[in-house]
Design a protein around this ligand. Structure first.
Ligand code: ASP
Length: 453
């Protein structure tokens, strides 16, 4: 049994949905299908999820009347239904349910927002199931509630509750092809909550784990995962195989093809994941498994991500002070900041986290608090930080890779603010200024993928 997931661009129009029908029926093992909300049809288009967020914000700001954006959302589904020649009743149902949602309880804003966001995938799944049936394919919409997909009570950023897996096993028993909406589930008290953005990937991986699938196929709009972002490098080397660890490092550091939390449920059960293209389904794609064979390049890929900040703390004789880092971490915990990396020297540390975690005002208070609690000599914020990540299991025990990377960055006039490499040798991280991101990635790519195998 395979679980197959289609992202927003794969369900953005009737033309795309016809392609996914062909993909589903071409393999009898494709029994469980997870779908996103309709995404962009062309670069300037707006994803239905973004329209829904806009609509929810308008309602929360007091505009309860039927707005332009309400009509835009309904029209996206209407256009798809008309082009697929399915019964227009489904469009009235979508319109009614959306109307009901906006008239719902707005007292708890984040749950209201999640309910609206999730309707994008929910309506997409209902519509696609109806289309498949209209084509004579036995298909059935199943909601996360019916399936027992329970999540933690964290609106917009929920996590799976382990007991869900056992409930999901029952999805194996259906004769029809299951069409399942991605991106959301329910808390134990029955509240709808979503994963973070892009979370339909997570639903797919959870279902694959739950039904003990032989394969999780993640269909998107690129032929495979590339060794660098095609927006920076023209025609980067395609990646055939990756390990879960490599993929997690790459997606965490900016490869947005797969959600960085989506791999865990697959990893936990050892279910292989393949990333494929809805527009070119016969291309082999990229396969992600526990282990892989050696490839010709020392790196699997180079990724980069901006939007980080760090707190630089220095104190003379810091290394002799027991519990110093603990005191800093206690302050971060009080501000609910999860840290991404710690880079340290004998008398100083840099603590890296996502800039979005904290407002500028909170940041000022945080710096003062750290200074008071640690009596450090310097406590400073450093922002506009970009992390460039060199990833690949082949780096292990290879001598001289760091030297080549730093030389390449030096020649490209990129200043390195910080370096981090763990003893697993799976990745090397460079912290640089975000203005130098493209130059840095291009220099690393050239060094490891063009000048050497
Ligand atoms: N539709 C949601 C988003 O745009 C979830 C997804 O597509 O995976 O974030």
């Amino acid at each position: 049994m395979k679980v197959i997931k289609f992202g927003g661009s794969s369900v953005a129009s009737a033309e795309q949905i016809k392609k996914i029908k062909d993909i589903i029926v071409s393999d009898a093992d494709r029994r469980i299908v997870v779908v996103s909300a309709p995404g962009k049809r062309f670069p300037e288009d707006t994803k239905v999820t973004d329209l829904l967020i806009d609509l929810a914000s308008q309602v929360l700001n007091g505009n309860k009347g039927v707005s332009h954006v309400f009509n835009q959302i309904v029209n996206r589904y209407k256009e798809i239904a008309t082009d697929l020649a399915i019964d227009e009743d489904i469009v009235s149902e979508i319109s009614h349910s959306l109307q009901e949602l906006i008239e719902g309880d707005t007292t708890e804003e984040s749950y209201f927002m999640d309910a609206l966001k999730a309707s994008g995938e929910d309506n997409s799944a209902k519509l696609i199931a109806a289309y498949l049936r209209s084509e004579g394919i036995p298909a059935r919409y199943i909601s996360p509630k019916e399936a027992g997909l329970y999540l933690s009570d964290e609106p917009g950023n929920a996590q799976i509750l382990p007991e869900s897996y056992q409930n999901l096993f029952a999805l194996r028993d259906y004769d029809e092809i299951i069409i399942f909406p991605g991106f959301f589930g329910f808390t134990k008290t029955g509240k709808l909550v979503t994963f973070s953005r892009g979370g339909s990937d997570v639903t797919g991986a959870i279902l694959a784990n739950g039904v003990k699938a032989t394969l999780y196929e993640n269909f998107t709009d690129v032929d495979c995962i590339y060794s660098a972002s095609p927006s920076i490098i023209e025609k980067p080397v395609p990646i055939e195989d990756l390990t879960y660890t490599e993929m997690r490092e790459l997606s965490y550091s900016g490869f947005s093809v797969v959600h960085d939390e989506a791999l865990y449920p697959a990893f936990a059960e050892g279910i292989p994941v393949v990333v494929k293209n809805t527009n070119n389904p016969t291309a082999p794609g990229t396969k992600i498994t526990r282990t892989r064979s050696e490839s010709e390049y020392p790196l699997a890929g180079v990724a980069s991500k901006s939007g980080f900040a760090s707190i630089y703390i220095s104190k003379y004789m810091m290394n002799r002070e027991v519990g110093f880092i603990n005191r800093v971490l206690d302050v971060l915990e009080d501000y609910n900041i999860s840290l991404e990396h710690i880079v340290s020297g004998i008398d100083d540390i840099d603590i890296v986290f996502k800039e979005e975690m904290i407002t500028a005002k909170q940041f000022q208070d945080l710096l003062v608090e750290i200074k008071v609690k640690t009596a450090a000599d310097v406590v400073e914020k450093r922002d506009n930080l970009c992390l460039v990540m060199l990833v690949g299991q082949n780096m292990r025990h290879k001598i001289g890779l760091m030297a080549r990377a730093t030389k390449a960055l030096g020649e490209a006039q990129v200043n390195i603010d910080m370096i981090n490499q763990g003893s697993s040798e799976n990745s090397i991280m460079f912290g640089i200024n975000e203005n130098e991101e493209e130059r840095a990635v291009a220099a690393i790519y050239k060094e490891f993928f063009e000048s050497d195998k």
